[in-house]
Design a protein around this ligand. Structure first.
Ligand code: XMP
Length: 516
């Protein structure tokens, strides 16, 4: 199997490089900047890509890939900071640029140069640059293949056709022909065949999980969401009944969700223990209006209930549980400064962050390198029902963060009724699967209305629908007016407690997707 090693020097685009490589059906692994050459070779790479990064190669303490890696007999592409590392360590010179070039800018190919990466491309095109430094002098036996309008080297190749540097980012959409440039490197230079698929990933992962977990037991907190379910289905395939799942019902789910989700788990053969803690959660949330306070209460209660249930499981098994399985996916992982400290932190809102330390469990995160659409595809391969695979993301604290103001059973029921209608209409219009996320938010604001002969004074409900690829940024979805009209009428007529429906037309940034 072809494998591309991507060395992460801290660029915000590293995961995008991995994604582009995978889109071409080539397997890739991302390794930290301080990885050794031996470890790189263990991955049997057909090629190496060194990513961009925020540092300046000339700064003291700047991230530097082991020099031995730059000299391995494996094709290598340095992107942005990666190109500067190549230039510096192979005998060239990098200057901190007086004329920084950020944003999209045109580059021109060097006419004389027979650039392997640019074959068949027009003589000039737009690219995305994001670095202040520039290659001042090329390393020996390298030649420039493109330059910017300020005469800065935009790309270089080695005479032996094995080493390449791009000052711009071929992985982003703003770079014209970026995919073709990568394709030239991966197929023409590295000789990849493009025959990898996620089925192989499943098989390899199953083997890996078996190897890591050995004869020990794993516990998993299922939420009904796609990530935790797919993670559980995968680990179940690897170790069967040695995976124990806990479903904490916090009473903050959507209508019928708990029941449906449990039925799906049964169908998958998972052993699930359901802890109905809805009364506990609702009583602790009573009267709480501050969003952070709500999240804190929910997070803490969740951990308590989960800990109690897994202790019971451990006792019943007579063998303590050694691993905690989490459905962390790549966009959940935020790199800390190019992984200088060698660690990655999980988004704060993944509210079970402290669990592994507290319970003294080892962490298993098999989906850590995958994107949501890949997780969904793996879910399908593992025969996870469509109803789960295609579900819109749902926040850990559930409807509590969509029920602005105080959370009560009555207000949650109002929200559930409205959400069910919104979803039903989106499904009917064939739009549900095309939207990243859609939901309702109940506002603690009352307005005057009129129904029949009577005056009403009820709460306002907001509709929210967004398009996104990873939830880091999002655009509000332009829904058809007729659909909005139907949803609004149905909600006011069928759901108690709402007499006015509004639409959220804010993107992220400046807003977030959820309201709390
Ligand atoms: P925001 O509101 O930050 O949300 O734009 C980005 C994505 O994350 C989801 N979200 C959460 N997911 N626990 C989760 O597992 C949480 O506490 C949480 N808060 C927000 C949100 O639904 C969106 O998809």
């Amino acid at each position: 199997m072809d494998n591309i090693v991507i060395i992460d020097c801290g660029s915000q685009f590293t995961q995008l490089i991995a994604r582009r490589v995978r889109e071409m059906k080539i397997h890739s692994v991302i390794l930290p900047w301080d990885v050794t050459a031996e470890r790189v070779l263990e991955n049997a790479p057909s090629g190496i890509i060194v990513s961009g990064g925020p540092d300046s190669v000339n700064d003291e303490g700047a991230i530097a890939v082991h020099e031995k890696i730059l000299n391995l007999d494996v094709p290598l592409l340095g992107i942005c900071y990666g190109m500067q590392l190549l230039a510096k360590f192979l005998g060239g010179e990098v200057r901190s640029g007086e004329k920084s070039e950020y944003g999209t800018t045109p580059v021109e190919l060097e006419e004389q140069a027979d650039a392997r990466l640019f074959r068949g491309l027009p003589g000039a095109f737009e690219v995305l640059m994001s670095h202040g430094d520039r290659v001042e002098r090329l390393p020996p036996r390298f030649f420039a293949t493109a330059h910017t309008r300020h005469g800065v080297v935009a790309a270089m190749e080695s005479e032996d056709g094995r080493r390449f540097g791009l000052q711009f980012h071929p992985e982003v959409e703003h770079t014209q022909h970026g995919a073709r440039i990568l394709r030239h490197f991966l197929f023409d230079v590295c000789g990849c065949r493009g025959d990898w698929d996620l089925g192989d990933w499943v098989e390899r992962s199953v083997e890996e999980i078996r190897g890591r977990v050995g004869a020990e037991c794993v516990v998993c907190g299922l939420s009904g969401g796609v990530d935790s379910t797919v993670a559980a289905a995968l680990v179940h395939r690897a170790i069967g009944k040695r995976l124990e799942c806990i479903f904490v019902d916090h009473g903050l789910m959507r209508r019928d969700e708990g029941r449906e989700v449990l039925a799906s788990y049964e169908g998958l053969g998972l052993s699930v223990r359901c802890a109905d803690a809805s009364e506990l959660f609702l009583s602790r949330l009573a009267g709480v209006t501050d969003p952070d306070e709500k999240r804190k209460i929910i997070g803490e209660l969740f951990i308590n209930v989960f800990e109690e249930e897994s202790a019971k499981l451990g006792a019943a098994r007579n063998s303590p549980i050694a691993w905690l399985l989490q459905g962390t996916i790549y966009p959940d992982v935020i790199e800390s400064g190019g992984r200088k400290k060698g660690s990655a932190v999980i988004k704060l809102h993944h509210n079970v962050g402290g669990l592994p330390e507290r319970m003294n469990l080892k962490l298993l995160e098999p989906l850590r390198d995958l994107f949501k659409d890949e997780v969904r595809e793996i879910g399908r391969l593992l025969e996870v029902p469509d109803a789960i695979v295609d579900r819109h993301p749902f926040p850990g604290p559930g409807l509590a963060v969509r029920c602005l103001g105080a959370v009560s059973k009555e207000r949650l029921d109002t929200l559930r009724g409205a959400e069910a209608i919104f979803k039903e209409e989106l499904v009917r219009a064939g739009l549900y699967g095309k939207i990243w996320q859609s939901f309702c938010v109940l506002l603690p604001v009352r307005t005057v209305g009129v129904m029949g002969d009577g005056r009403t004074y009820s709460e306002v409900l907001a509709l929210r629908a967004v398009n996104s690829s990873d939830a880091m940024t999002a655009d509000w979805t332009r829904l058809p007016m007729d659909l909005l009209d139907t949803v609004s009428k149905r909600i006011c007529n069928e759901v108690r407690g709402v007499n006015r429906v509004v639409l959220d037309i804010t993107s992220k940034p400046p807003a977030t997707i959820e309201w709390e």
